[in-house]
Ligand binder design. Structure first.
Ligand SMILES: Nc1nc2c(ncn2[C@@H]2O[C@H](COP(=O)(O)OP(=O)(O)OP(=O)(O)O)[C@@H](O)[C@H]2O)c(=O)[nH]1
Ligand SMILES: C[S@@+](CC[C@H](N)C(=O)[O-])C[C@H]1O[C@@H](n2cnc3c(N)ncnc32)[C@H](O)[C@@H]1O
Ligand code: SF4
Ligand code: SF4
Length: 338
């Protein structure tokens, strides 16, 4: 059956995907221990990656025919794509124009933040787990903390508001820094979000008992700050992964992304496109739908839309991390697009 234009990406539970997360590359210049091994991974070959033209075509199909209203560029490390500015400008030219966001480790951002904003980027999320150079080197296996801090300041200066900072807390590594990170974020005028670690690392080293839970995150922050729940934040949450809290005595918000202990799958509005052109209906999906082969085989927009609709229709209710038969997906977060 041919897809008519404007069909929503609806799944069997009535959820509608409007937020497309696109991985631009599986490569990275850091080696965060919760993400990949020290030696890196067998990266995709260049010809396996979607080109700028292929990416833009698929995103156009999502926007024009399938109700995609926001696009987040991620990876791997999206700033490693030399054609990133052209990719952003290509999405900016689509009609209806989707919101355009980027998730990055911030390395090299100091030089490119303004150019990205000019090309049409609306928002930026930057990952930073520690403010201590030694801990940064241990956690990411690279000595690049000053580059990340410079990138964050450049993003704020470029007006990419609000700049959000993602921090994964690891037991005995950086969890003692939670309150200090909150203090720093208030000073920098950025919104800090703490993330529960998920079983998506390439090494399959995640243990439920080792993960720092949302309750523990709150306890560590409470040593210095009181977080209060604002009913307006709760009402405005929608499908956002982060629960927001106001830091008492300030207007600053701190977010907690409790993907494991308080899953938000019931409100999920996400669908993913990997750097090699596979549609994944969930971070934890066990199947992918190969749009790249269809595209390179000459499929028209209608056929691409039909395949995409069918991929989303089969989405499961949730990630199932706590289910007895849970199996971690074969591809790690860096290859899926976090
Ligand atoms: N379980 C789950 N976790 C997700 C998903 N998307 C993002 N996350 C988690 O949320 C963290 C932050 O994601 P970001 O890429 O910054 O994007 P976001 O929080 O969705 O974006 P905004 O709140 O719109 O800025 C990621 O590092 C993941 O840990 C998802 O689809 N499912
Ligand atoms: C996979 S990275 C890709 C973009 C970019 N390289 C970065 O680090 O921001 C996206 C986000 O996923 C988070 N992440 C990576 N592995 C994770 C895991 N096992 N559990 C939870 N979040 C994870 C990172 O902290 C980062 O905020
Ligand atoms: S979390 Fe991001 S920066 Fe860290 S290794 Fe994974 S892809 Fe790279
Ligand atoms: S785990 Fe899957 S269903 Fe749950 S929020 Fe993430 S992408 Fe959506």
């Amino acid at each position: 059956m041919a897809a008519r234009s404007g069909l929503p990406l609806v799944d069997g539970f009535g959820r509608v995907a409007t937020d497309l997360r696109v991985s631009l590359t599986d490569r990275c210049n850091l080696r965060c221990t919760y993400c990949m091994p020290a030696e890196g991974l067998p990266w995709l070959d260049r010809e396996e990656l979607l080109t700028n033209a292929e990416l833009t075509r698929l995103i156009r199909v999502g926007v024009e025919r399938l109700g995609i209203t926001s696009v987040r560029l991620t990876g791997g490390e999206p700033l490693l794509r030399s054609d990133l500015i052209e990719i952003v400008a290509g999405i900016d030219a689509l009609r209806p124009r989707p919101r355009i966001a980027l998730t990055t480790n911030g390395i090299g951002l100091a030089k490119r933040a303004e150019e990205l904003a000019r090309a049409g980027l609306d928002r930026l999320n930057i990952s930073l787990d520690t403010l201590d150079p030694q801990t940064f080197a241990a956690l990411t296996r690279r000595r690049r903390l000053p580059d990340v801090l410079a990138g964050i300041r450049a993003a704020v200066a470029a007006g990419l508001h609000p700049v959000k900072i993602n921090s994964v807390l690891m037991r005995g590594v950086n969890d003692h820094e939670a309150a200090h990170l909150v203090e720093w974020a208030i000073g920098e005028g950025v919104q800090l979000r703490f993330i529960e670690q998920m079983p998506l690392d390439a090494q399959h080293g995640w243990r439920r008992t080792e993960m720092i839970t949302a309750d523990e995150i709150h306890a560590r922050i409470a040593t210095r700050f009181r977080l209060v729940e604002d009913p307006a934040d709760r009402l405005a949450r929608g499908s956002a992964p982060a629960e927001l809290f106001r830091v008492e005595g300030t207007d600053a918000r701190v977010g907690v992304i409790a993907s494991v202990s308080r899953p938000f799958c019931g409100n999920c509005d996400r669908v993913r496109l990997t750097a090699d052109g596979q549609i994944r209906n969930c971070l934890f999906a066990r199947e992918e739908s190969d749009l790249r082969s269809a595209l390179r085989g000459g499929a028209d927009d209608e056929e691409l839309a039909r395949r995409w609709l069918s991929a989303v229709a089969g989405k499961r209710a949730g990630h199932g991390i706590d289910d007895p038969g849970f199996l971690q997906p074969e591809r790690p977060m860096s290859a899926i697009g976090g």
